[in-house]
Design a protein around this ligand. Structure first.
Ligand code: F6P
Length: 527
């Protein structure tokens, strides 16, 4: 059945040869209406993709043949979809406000979520009001947030994106890498008596995070002595490991194994967000994601935003052969969105296709950055280069009230890029017909555009959930478990061998010559 659907897609693509995206508009004056969806505060326009109505029908048929519906039911009801780790993936439960229980390993996860959420609320209230005091009875002014990957990218991206909603003087500082320069620069302007350290790690075993946590603890100890307990908070799915490292029970916020790191921004991992924008806005953020959860479950595939977004990716990657995907938000607040989506998409679907999936390539390389800056840097390659890079453009209708003209220019910039990619720029359009080849941009390059009124907490919640579900849709077509990351775990294991080898010459003997040569150079020049 699946094989037939793939064949149908490839046969359909052959029939499109010779046609260009502008032709699709010429043949269907209502193409924008036919190829755009509005839901959950977002307008998704995919009319500039290289697709026709038949393409969408064929892609939806493929999704049905891959039992996407069954996959979605399994996801939302907590079936053990993460087979290699034998657990469900229940990030959607974190934003589900209903009281319907979801039992995981004998207990109601929803009740546990509500308990932690309530603790978060109390904690935020105490910190924001200045009730929460440090060891020397001074209120907290700064929070160092330690964590990496899924324990950092979500909170830091969202804090930045929702900065206009900040309702506190508390400052959050994110440190993820084990680059001593960053830690030194961060600690350099902080007062330990007024600083809180939040250590976020699902496993509480991650080298980068634990090294930074230990360094910050030492920094506290120098000023405050051993009693720096109330300056340290842990956020983890492994509370016993946090306790073993000296965090007291009351200072530990929990989430659970069934919440993947890169899907954890909705959990207690979102504490820095709640601290910055308050619980009410954090709840609006969750509500936005819940709206998208409802949309994907209740909307026919042909009008379903995340389903179509996922299927368009399948078409671009597997049928048209485009291997990368650019994310270009026209909003500085979303500068960290490409990096966030890199982890979400590449760690989830950067895997070999499942047996019988028949889609030979899997997750695209995700990259990008903010427009207009992108235009003045790498958009050249997208317009004239030999690789075709589908783009997701994102832009708000409303800008800062003090600078209304700015938003018009920003939106116009975004629209001119997508139009130029689609139509191309041809010699006759240029000032200098003598040098036609240098000016010629071929066009016929696909993009989608997401527009929204304003980047509210709810809109951002919907947007992130949209991409989460896009990833899930694609994983179902490719037969991938999107919730494990054994490739990364392999690298982590190797680090456990390489780090000791730096100290022990015996362990260096059997290493490959390149690694050994580089280690020798390091050891010679490190002091
Ligand atoms: O190294 C990859 C990874 O395992 C991610 O999946 C995860 O988000 C990150 O490390 C951090 O892990 P932890 O939250 O357990 O510290």
């Amino acid at each position: 059945m699946r094989e037939k659907m793939w064949q149908a897609l490839h046969a359909h693509q052959q029939r499109l040869v010779g046609l260009r995206i502008p032709d699709f508009f010429a043949n269907d004056p209502q193409r924008f209406e036919h190829c755009s969806i509005q839901a959950c505060g977002l307008l998704f326009d995919f009319s500039k993709q290289y697709v026709q109505a038949e393409t969408i029908t064929a892609l939806c048929a493929l999704a049905e043949a891959c039992d996407l519906q069954g996959g979605l039911e399994a996801l939302f009801t907590g079936k053990s979809l993460n087979i290699s780790e034998q657990r469900p993936a229940l990030h959607t439960a974190l934003r589900d406000p209903t009281l319907t229980p979801i039992r995981v390993f004998g207990r109601d996860l929803k009740q546990a979520i509500r308990d932690q959420h309530q603790r978060m609320g109390q904690f935020v209230q105490r910190l924001q009001s200045g009730d929460y005091l440090g060891f020397t009875h001074k209120p907290i002014t700064d929070v160092i947030c330690l964590g990496i990957g899924g324990s950092a990218l979500g909170p830091s991206m969202v804090c930045r994106a929702l900065a206009p909603y900040k309702n506190t003087n508390l400052r959050c500082h994110f440190v993820s890498n084990i680059d001593g320069h960053t830690l030194a620069a961060t600690l350099g302007h902080l007062d330990p008596e007024k600083t809180l350290c939040m250590v976020s790690s699902k496993t509480f075993k991650t080298l980068e995070t634990l090294k930074n946590a230990e360094a910050v603890r030492q920094w506290f100890k120098k000023t405050l002595g051993p009693s720096c307990d109330q300056h340290c908070v842990a956020i983890t799915a492994n509370p016993s490991a946090a306790e073993a490292l000296g965090f007291s029970k009351e200072q530990i916020f929990e989430f659970w194994d069934c919440i993947g790191g890169r899907y954890s921004v909705w959990s207690t991992v979102g504490l820095p967000i709640a601290l910055s924008i308050g619980m009410e806005h954090f709840e609006a953020f969750l509500a936005g994601a819940y709206a998208m959860d409802q949309h994907i479950q209740s909307t026919p595939f042909s009008q379903n935003m995340p389903v179509l977004m996922g299927l368009l990716g399948i078409w671009n990657i597997n049928v048209l052969g485009f291997q990368t995907q650019a994310i270009i938000p026209y909003e500085d607040g979303l500068a960290a969105l490409p990096a966030y989506l890199q982890q979400l998409e590449m760690e989830s679907n950067g895997k070999q296709p499942g047996v019988g999936s028949l889609g030979p390539s899997t997750g695209a390389v995700i990259w990008g950055g903010v427009g207009c800056d992108a235009q003045h840097a790498y958009m050249q390659l997208l317009h004239q280069g030999t690789q075709i890079v589908p783009v997701d453009f994102l832009v708000a209708a409303q800008g800062h009230p003090d600078f209304p003209q700015h938003q018009a220019a920003l939106v116009a910039s975004c629209l001119s890029q997508s139009k130029a990619l689609m139509e191309g720029v041809h010699a006759k359009d240029t000032q200098n017909p003598n040098d036609a080849s240098a000016h010629d941009c071929p066009g016929n390059r696909p993009s989608s555009t997401l527009m929204y009124e304003r980047l509210t907490p709810a809109v951002l919640g919907s947007l992130i959930a949209l991409y989460e579900h896009k990833v899930f849709v694609q994983s179902q077509i490719w037969g991938i478990n999107p919730f494990d990351q054994w490739g990364v775990e392999g690298g982590k294991r190797l680090l456990g061998e390489i780090l000791p080898a730096l100290e022990n010459p015996n362990l260096r003997k059997d290493l490959d010559p390149s690694t050994r040569g580089l280690m020798d150079y390091f050891l010679k020049h490190s002091v």
